[in-house]
Design a binder for this molecule. Structure first.
Ligand code: ATP
Length: 259
């Protein structure tokens, strides 16, 4: 940890609930000073008590296991503000989305903050529509806090990780649920996920599922919404047909059910 960050963390010392040991667990090279301040702010707001291990270290975001002051486990998704590639990648989801009006697309940090807020709002909207997504808890700058999906600090497996161990009947149950969630996302939340795949679906021990990674979801009125939706349907159908080896509806049949 750099001395600057160290000093910033120490500034909070007059606040008794921040323990250095807790914070130090979180510190890696990805934590720039402003991200550390954002985490401190969430701790001060009593959203978070501490952050512990990394759940996932992607190129654009890291997801950590955290804890609320009441001990409830949380997933803390931190977008890396340094990723120029990421900026390029998200532009196509942002152009045409009224929620991004006024955000300067040349300002990477502003864009990533808006992206974080968008993921939070998408979670709220899907949750209100009854979609099985993690409960959104809070967001600030590039940090999103949500319900942790897992047990005893261990996240549930992704469909991609779980499917090989599942029986045909179990996969059929999951496919049915996946189509139900897709319908709620489109028909009730009026959103298109945009990255709907076996990598963004979690499977609980009772075969209940949860949909994650909704940052790129766009409003149904987005000019590319229909293309994104067709791609989502193609991807998920391809997975169940070719990888899970179960009978699936045709892409057209799935799409028809959504209108
Ligand atoms: P990737 O680049 O790998 O697609 P991402 O940056 O888009 O990741 P997510 O897909 O939202 O981020 O999350 C990355 C991983 O973190 C997930 O694959 C999952 O393993 C874990 N994860 C995400 N959200 C939660 C959650 N609410 N509870 C538990 N684990 C989670």
């Amino acid at each position: 940890m750099s001395e600057d960050v160290d000093r910033l963390l120490r500034r909070g010392e007059e606040e008794p609930r921040i323990k250095d040991a807790d914070l130090y667990e979180t510190v890696e090279e990805v934590f720039d000073a402003s991200t550390v301040l954002t985490i401190l702010s969430l701790i001060r707001k009593r959203v978070l008590k501490r952050i512990s291990g990394v759940i996932s270290a992607g190129k654009e975001a890291r997801v950590y296991l955290g804890y609320a002051p009441d001990g409830r486990p949380l997933a803390v998704k931190i977008y890396l503000t340094s990723s120029a590639e990421f900026r390029k990648g998200i532009l196509k989801y942002i152009a045409g989305d009224p929620r991004f009006q006024g955000v300067k697309t040349s300002d990477t940090r502003a864009l990533i903050y808006a992206w974080t807020r968008k993921e939070y709002r998408n979670l709220v909207r899907m949750r209100e529509a009854g979609v099985k997504v993690p409960e959104p808890v809070a967001f600030l700058n590039n940090v999103l806090v949500m319900e942790f999906l897992g047990e005893e600090g261990k996240r549930y497996p992704l469909l991609e990780e779980a499917y090989k161990e599942l029986e045909r009947e179990e996969l059929e149950i999951i496919y049915k649920q996946v189509l139900e969630e897709l319908e709620k996302i489109v028909c009730k939340a009026r959103l298109v996920h945009g990255d709907f795949s076996e990598f963004n679906i979690m499977v609980k021990p009772d075969l209940d599922i949860a949909i994650i990674d909704v940052s790129q979801a766009v409003d149904y009125s987005h000019p590319n919404a229909r293309d994104f939706l067709e791609r989502d349907v193609r991807n998920i159908n391809r997975f169940f047909k070719n990888e899970a080896n179960i009978d699936v509806l045709s892409d057209e049949e799935v799409l028809e059910g959504l209108f």
